[in-house]
Design a protein around this ligand. Structure first.
Ligand SMILES: Cc1cc2nc3c(=O)[nH]c(=O)nc-3n(C[C@H](O)[C@H](O)[C@H](O)COP(=O)(O)OP(=O)(O)OC[C@H]3O[C@@H](n4cnc5c(N)ncnc54)[C@H](O)[C@@H]3O)c2cc1C
Length: 394
């Protein structure tokens, strides 16, 4: 087992760190430490484009599509340095982490040529059209449907239905949409994975205001929305395998390096505990030490997973990773509130201007839900890592 990085990888780390530091203390200094999903959106789109120009946006992708052909280890290093530098959350992450890798794995050559470079360059943004009011964990229950119709420009998919919880949709150009294309089918069969332009009359995006004041989420309505016949990934009716592939990206590599931002959050919490005296409370000290231990375990667990992979594939142990980090961070959120005490309940300003640590508490509540809830993760571990019988399905 190899629990570390090579000298070449460490050299890459220094280069990446130097570039990030130069940007975040220079042209993009206003973005250092910005955490909210929608804060300073215009500037963050410029930041995505700067990353794209330097080919730091999607470094694992082939060079021809704007990447650097970086290994999994280098991808983790870059993400670590990104968080260490206090660089802002990626507003392009739906394209970079989900749509792009899905197209690389399942897309046609024409789709890769059409879509990947604009994603890597921060010119086109994406959103994920999976969940519906009655289809979350049970994604195969989606009711959104599509059919090929004749139009003056040739056959096109016509999409109808409603999605919900569509993150970052207000400025997206495209959605990847799981929908039923074979009437009368049920469950996994008969679903397709369509790429649908969102800035058209047939698509209405209605923001959902959250308790932190932001509207990251949206309801997305499709009413005779159109997309070209060849904007389908995989075979018609064979979208389930593609949709699961996307979820594997959501639960896998893209989360491996976020520990550095968790480390930043824990460091801030320890500083707050020292400042307000909570660090002298025996119970809180215990929980702070426990949080630190959990973070170290996460790091070595990630390194172990990486050391078992050469070609970019993650091993079976990866099934435990999502539930581990999500549960850890939810506990961190609760610890934050206990360390802050009554101050944790006071907004900095109106309307609902939360301090950063309070923001961690709120966002940590969602970690055990998106990308598959903790219960769904346990089902995955039971069935796919332990080989237990499949749970009964309705
Ligand atoms: C921050 C955030 C961002 C999101 N962004 C997007 C997005 O961009 N696009 C998108 O499509 N969706 C998005 N979602 C939605 C997310 O995918 C769903 O919330 C998630 O899949 C759970 O679905 P649900 O909310 O319908 O809950 P449900 O599926 O109704 O689950 C309710 C409860 O029942 C449990 N449960 C359900 N089925 C089982 C089972 N078989 N065994 C045991 N327990 C079970 C669940 O674990 C949960 O506790 C986002 C969610 C969050 C929180």
């Amino acid at each position: 087992m190899k629990l570390g990085f090579t000298p070449t990888q460490e050299a890459f780390r220094r280069d990446a760190a130097a570039w990030l530091e130069a940007q975040l203390s220079g042209a993009f200094s206003d973005l250092r430490g910005v955490t909210g999903q929608m804060a300073l959106l215009e500037r963050r789109i410029e930041w995505e484009q700067a990353l794209g120009r330097e080919r730091f946006s999607a470094i694992g992708w082939p060079e021809q599509f704007g990447g650097r052909d970086a290994t999994l280890g280098e991808q983790v290093i870059f993400a670590e340095e990104y968080a260490r530098a206090g660089a802002p959350g990626r507003v392009g992450h739906m394209g970079i982490e989900l749509a792009g890798p899905t197209l690389l794995a399942f897309g046609t050559d024409a789709q890769k040529q059409r879509f990947l470079l604009p994603i890597a360059r921060g010119e086109e943004f994406w959103c994920q059209g999976y969940s519906e009011p009655n289809a979350g964990s049970d994604l195969a229950n989606v009711r959104t449907h599509a059919a090929l119709v004749d139009t003056p420009t040739g056959p096109r998919w016509q999409v109808n239905g409603q999605k919900i919880w569509t993150s970052l949709a207000t400025f997206a150009h495209w959605a990847f949409v799981v929908c039923r294309t074979e009437p009368g089918t049920q469950g996994h069969k008969g679903l397709s994975y369509l790429l649908v332009p969102t800035q058209q009359p047939g698509v209405t995006i209605r923001p959902i205001r959250q308790m932190n004041g932001e509207a990251e989420f949206n309801e997305t309505f499709f009413a005779d929305a159109l997309t070209d016949a060849d904007n389908i990934v995989g075979a018609p009716g064979g979208g389930w395998a593609v949709a699961m592939g996307t979820l594997a990206f959501e639960r896998g590599v893209s989360t491996l390096a976020q520990q550095m931002s968790f480390r930043n959050e824990l460091d801030r919490l320890v500083a707050a505990a020292k400042a307000n005296g909570a660090a002298r409370d025996p119970g809180l000290r215990l929980r702070l030490a426990d949080a630190y231990s959990g973070l170290r375990i996460m790091r070595y667990s990630a390194l172990r997973m990486l050391s078992q992979t050469d070609g970019g594939e993650l091993s079976g142990a990866a099934f435990t990773y999502k539930i581990y980090w999500a549960t850890w961070r939810k506990k961190l959120g609760e610890l934050i509130m206990d360390v802050l005490g009554p101050e944790g309940e006071i907004a900095r300003g109106l309307p609902y201007e939360w301090a950063e640590l309070q923001g961690v508490f709120f966002s940590s509540r969602s970690d055990t839900i998106y990308g598959g809830t903790n219960q769904i993760q346990r089902n995955l571990i039971a069935e796919r890592a332990l080989g237990l019988p499949r749970e009964p399905r309705g």
